[in-house]
Design a protein around this ligand. Structure first.
Ligand code: QAP
Ligand code: CO
Length: 168
């Protein structure tokens, strides 16, 4: 197991479109394990491979209080089941310490492969629906800050760039 480096906005590598996983083999399972370790250590509730600079369609998530419900989504896809939109204050490990409201469809159907490569589907509402849409965006090179006004996004960009300069 290993803790991986998490890319931070406005790193251009976060704009990469991830490739579908062709075969769920031990190498992919190793990536999944490393992503869980990285997410739990952060700590976060969801992580897409894009965020650790691996451009394959892999997402890990654990929405439980006690970190007891690891979920794996390989090649995830979702479709909204309603026009109803809901607002949620989102954060992101790649945009540390910034939280803003984002509107998304409240109910979605998810299709994905599990860590054995077996297809499954489920209907998601609430935080799970928000999180899978947020993580699928990452795999398409999109971040929650892209839903904000240019003004808000640019303020966040400048603050993070300043932080990165100070760290260098
Ligand atoms: C994505 O986000 C998400 O700013 C997962 O300083 C978030 O795990 C989906 C985190 C909200 C739906 C709703 C953020 C940790 C973790 C930070 C995360 C931070 C430390 C974010
Ligand atoms: Co994120």
């Amino acid at each position: 197991m290993a803790i991986l480096n998490i890319l931070e906005f406005p790193d251009s590598r976060l704009r990469t479109i991830a490739k579908p996983v062709a075969v769920v083999d031990d190498k992919v399972r190793q990536l999944v394990d490393d992503m869980f370790e990285t997410m739990y250590e952060a700590p976060g509730i969801g992580l897409a491979a894009t965020q650790v600079n691996v451009h394959q369609r892999v997402v890990v998530m654990d929405l439980s209080e006690d970190r007891s419900e690891p979920r794996v989504f390989i090649n995830p896809e979702f479709e909204p089941l309603t026009d109803e939109m809901g607002e949620y204050q989102e954060g992101c490990l790649s945009v540390p310490e910034f939280y803003e409201n984002v509107e998304r469809p409240v109910r979605v159907k998810i299709k994905a492969l599990d860590r054995d490569g077996k297809p499954y589907d489920l209907i998601a509402e609430g935080l799970l629906a928000v999180c899978i849409q947020h993580e699928c965006d990452h795999l398409n090179g999109k971040l929650f800050v892209d839903y904000l006004s240019t003004l808000k996004r640019d303020r966040i960009k400048k603050k993070l760039e300043k932080k990165h300069r100070q760290q260098a």
